[in-house]
Ligand binder design. Structure first.
Ligand SMILES: [Zn+2]
Length: 202
């Protein structure tokens, strides 16, 4: 069911809203993992897995790019620090710099792989602001195509998604590898192997 933007409070933005009540179970926490403990945090666990198993698209020295398991659109990426920190102000200067660099690389790789017409970029700070996993900072990079919002929130909860995610991850990772001047994972300031689980602790 769609409703025009004028039916909602706030400045109209010209978009129609598509009701997706099936998403509420996740929004309300039925499937949301607890993130109070870093050992249970999916953004801490993902880098310790192989790229395909963890849906990792690219690894930097201090941050990494992972596909969102609950995408708003195909190719919905999350740029995360390896460290389990919740707030943007907790990032070190090198982490903040790399977060921006990885976001730029994510846009470049996405354009090379799927040619979106635009992007939504953003960070939800705190559960009240909509952060699904509020304890571990993640920057959303959502590719947009004209007319895309009418059906992808629906298909995002279907069984087809895991297969789509694997294919999407492969396409983006291949495009990312070819980027000139991309953020590199070559050096780690804390002496741990870049991108290892140990790197998250330093
Ligand atoms: Zn974490």
């Amino acid at each position: 069911m769609c409703e025009p933007a004028l039916a909602f409070p706030g400045p109209p933005d010209g978009f129609e809203r598509l009701w997706t009540p099936h998403r509420m179970a996740y929004i309300e926490g039925a499937e949301r993992p607890s993130t109070a403990d870093a050992a249970q945090c999916p953004f801490c666990l993902a880098p310790s897995r192989a790229d395909d198993a963890g849906l990792i698209v690219a690894r930097g020295a201090l941050t990494f790019a992972v596909l969102n398991l609950f995408p708003y659109n195909p190719g919905h990426l999350l740029i995360c620090p390896y460290r389990h920190v919740a707030d943007l102000t907790q990032l070190t200067d090198p982490e903040a710099t790399e977060l921006v660099g990885m976001t730029q690389d994510a846009m470049r790789a996405s354009r090379a792989a799927t040619d979106p017409a635009g992007f939504n970029l953003g960070i939800n700070q705190g559960d009240v602001a909509g952060a699904g996993i509020g304890a571990h900072l993640h920057q959303h990079v959502v590719p947009r195509w004209r007319g895309d919002s009418n059906f992808f929130p629906i298909v995002a909860r279907t069984r087809a998604v895991p297969q789509l995610l694997a294919e999407t991850r492969k396409r983006l990772a291949e495009a990312w590898v070819g980027l000139p001047g991309k953020v590199e994972a070559a050096s780690s300031p804390c002496g741990a192997e870049p991108n290892s689980a140990k790197g998250a602790e330093c």
